[in-house]
Design a protein around this ligand. Structure first.
Ligand code: PEP
Ligand code: MN
Length: 365
């Protein structure tokens, strides 16, 4: 449930509501909206829910108490109707622009990373990616350069002027990765590693949470809820394909997740056609499809010589392929945005109306 304060409520009223929530052994989460403050009540309520709603509704300055009928609370559109915009250095995710994260699957050497970083930056990428700690299916495969790669990433950020995103695989790595990287990535295999989610929830770095390859959308949002409820509101979701019976592709890219999630949650969502398809030739069409579905951004693996790559050789684009992708994708995004803005100008346009219609589109589950 969340408590909506009246427009005339004082700071003392807000404090009174928070103290009442704390006195119940529950946690208040404040969200100051432009017109009024809302306070989510988080924790196990058991049988006292109805009585508690009545008690909170009677407090000074409270306009109403609204239940959140979904298991995810802080990440839900009901509680937080405005879309979350994540800002990191000069990059902005979720403001209607197109974020393009590009770079090698693994950082293999200083030269390989710098060559890629300069190439993708020149082509218009907004964030540099590169794996330092690699989650590999085989223990005999290249496991990443670890801290050495983090140092190269930090240098590449300064040279290319792009923030960097890299994966963190366990709680003990969070501090060192946060020291060098601008965005912490949680990979598909760790989406439900709750101690890791809680650990990244406590650092002042945005988190990109990839969808577990066997996770439902609800499980994915519950994983995001762990991060946000641990204190970190800057979460970016990344659809990277789920495992199905199909074997021609590495995974099946679930593009329905994009418009569905825009209705269910305020968090930005980007798509990763590289891991979703596993095949270089499929990356451009599926990146364009992601833009068409309304994604806030794309993550693409790029390597100067993909055939020599130490990981994911079959799916990485070379720099000319990346430039061709950008040459189509950026104008496509701009044109779609222009068309959508045109429709919105003649249709219901307040944030509340838009989020209500998005919620309807996402169904009542
Ligand atoms: C990656 O992006 O480097 C990666 C390993 O992706 P995923 O966790 O989606 O497999
Ligand atoms: Mn990869």
């Amino acid at each position: 449930m969340f408590v909506v304060m009246a427009a005339t409520a004082s700071e003392a009223d807000v404090l009174g509501v928070k103290s009442a929530i704390l006195a119940e052994g529950l946690t208040p989460f404040e969200h100051s909206r432009p017109e009024r403050t809302a306070i989510a009540v988080i924790g196990e309520m058991g049988g006292r829910r109805a009585a508690l709603m009545d008690r909170l509704a009677a407090l000074s300055g409270v306009e109403r108490v609204t239940p959140i009928n979904r298991p995810f609370k802080l990440t839900s559109r009901e509680f937080h109707p405005e879309s979350t915009v994540v800002r990191v250095l000069d990059a902005v995710v979720g403001d209607g622009g197109l974020t393009v994260m590009a770079g090698p699957c693994s950082v293999e050497s200083r030269d390989q990373l710098f060559e890629t970083a300069e190439g993708v930056a020149a082509a218009g990428a907004t964030i540099l990616r590169g794996g330092a700690f690699k989650p590999r299916t085989s223990p005999y495969s290249f496991q990443g350069l670890g801290v050495e790669a983090l140092r190269y990433l930090a240098e590449a950020r300064d040279r290319a002027g792009l923030p960097v995103v890299t994966e963190v695989m366990e709680p003990s790595q969070v501090d060192i990765v946060a020291e060098y990287a601008d965005i912490l990535q949680i990979g598909t295999r760790n989406m439900q590693n709750y101690s890791l989610l809680t650990a990244v929830g406590r650092v002042a770095r945005p988190v990109m949470l990839k969808r577990g390859y066997g996770a439902t959308i609800e499980e994915w949002l519950m994983a995001a809820e762990y991060i946000v409820s641990s204190g970190n509101p800057n979460v970016i979701l990344c659809e990277r394909g789920i495992r199905t019976f199909e074997t021609y592709t590495r995974n099946t890219m679930d593009l329905t997740a994009v418009p569905l999630l825009h209705g269910l949650t305020h968090l930005p969502i980007i798509v990763d056609p590289s891991h979703a398809t596993g095949k270089r030739a499929l990356v451009q069409p599926m990146a364009l499809a992601g833009v068409g579905a309304g994604a806030d951004g794309i993550m693409v693996e790029v390597h100067p010589r993909p055939d020599d790559a130490l990981s994911d050789a079959e799916q990485q684009l070379d720099l000319p392929m990346f430039r061709s992708l950008m040459a189509v994708m950026l104008p496509l995004h701009a044109e779609l945005r222009r068309l959508r803005d045109g429709v919105e100008a003649t249709a219901p346009s307040t944030v509340a109306q838009r989020s209500r219609s998005a919620l309807r589109a996402a169904g009542s589950r």
